[in-house]
Design a protein around this ligand. Structure first.
Ligand SMILES: NC(=O)C1=CN([C@@H]2O[C@H](COP(=O)(O)OP(=O)(O)OC[C@H]3O[C@@H](n4cnc5c(N)ncnc54)[C@H](O)[C@@H]3O)[C@@H](O)[C@H]2O)C=CC1
Ligand SMILES: O=C(O)[C@@H]1CCC=N1
Length: 252
């Protein structure tokens, strides 16, 4: 079995390790042995655990899972040259990763929160020689899409990486609206969850404009509600949200 070496033992590392645990040996380098033990028990398989100080990445396949602000601090603790580094860090460019981490190759990936249930939409870019391997490794937590540039990966970060948070705002607000009109909270939440479950499948096959036309009866409820969303500039706000998040990714 091949070994995948995680640097960092946070939420994203755990989600990816869960996807890989039955087909790969897992090694994790972290700052705190207690947290590494907890990581192992949540993973329910035996892993190699190590502290980051002087950790040797020579020839290893590394999954780099720390926060963008910690690259320099973590990189100085590592020694040796990795075979390849797969980074999950938002906004952190290949050039910066290469500058701080010693590796023959770098691939950037952008998973999302649904990695925790094996349904991540993960975008990838970087060293083309590792495209197939990247798709296999990150494919363990959901769907992958290889993109041709880092600019596109940063835009995809704004869309699918941050996207779950935007949909949380919409889903919570819709349920709040139903409660405001008199629905019980538990019923409103159940109805909202059912809405997202069914919609999640429909949107895979059908263009959103076609779906919308299919729901909206002349002079009906949907047209009334839809008009309120347009008046509230929801469309413009979504476009603006992608712009702001993309810009932030270029600044990290
Ligand atoms: N949470 C999400 O939905 C997504 C997160 N990401 C990226 O994943 C990366 C990790 O995020 P999470 O796992 O959510 O965060 P987290 O806070 O759960 O994990 C970060 C991990 O980094 C390590 N770390 C933090 N500070 C450190 C330091 N000073 N020195 C050494 N190690 C340190 C620790 O192992 C910590 O567990 C980030 O770079 C983020 O941009 C990417 C896509 C989606
Ligand atoms: O908010 C962030 O910076 C990270 C990247 C995408 C999701 N979470």
């Amino acid at each position: 079995m091949k070994t995948i070496t995680f640097i960092g033992n946070g939420n994203m590392a755990l989600s990816i390790a869960k996807g890989l645990r039955h087909n790969y040996k897992i090694e994790v380098a972290g700052r705190d042995i207690e947290k590494l033990n907890k990581f192992e028990s949540e993973l329910s398989v035996t892993i190699e655990k190590a502290l980051m100080d002087d950790f040797n990445i020579e020839g290893k396949t590394v999954m780099f899972c720390v926060k963008p602000a910690n690259v320099e601090e973590v990189a100085v603790k590592l020694k040796g040259k990795a075979r390849v580094v797969y980074s999950v860090l938002a906004g952190t460019k290949v050039q910066k990763l290469k500058q701080h981490l010693n590796s023959d190759a770098v691939v950037r990936s952008m998973p999302n929160l649904a990695a925790s249930v094996g349904r991540s939409m993960t975008t990838l870019t970087g060293d083309e020689a590792f495209k197939e391997e990247a798709e296999e490794l990150l494919g363990a937590i959901g769907t992958t899409l290889w993109l041709g540039s880092e600019k596109e990966l940063d835009i995809a970060t704004a869309l699918a990486g941050s996207g779950p948070a935007y949909l949380c705002l919409i889903s919570e607000a819709l349920a709040d609206g139903a409660v405001k009109q008199g629905m019980k909270r538990a019923d409103a939440m159940a109805a909202m969850r059912g809405l997202f479950g069914g919609f999640g499948e429909l949107i895979q096959e059908i263009h959103p404009a076609i779906l919308k036309d299919g729901v909206m009866s002349p002079g009906g409820t949907t047209a009334a509600g839809y008009g309120a969303l347009e008046n509230g500039n929801v469309r413009a706000s979504c476009i603006d949200a992608i712009e702001k998040a993309y810009k932030k990714a270029t600044e990290l």
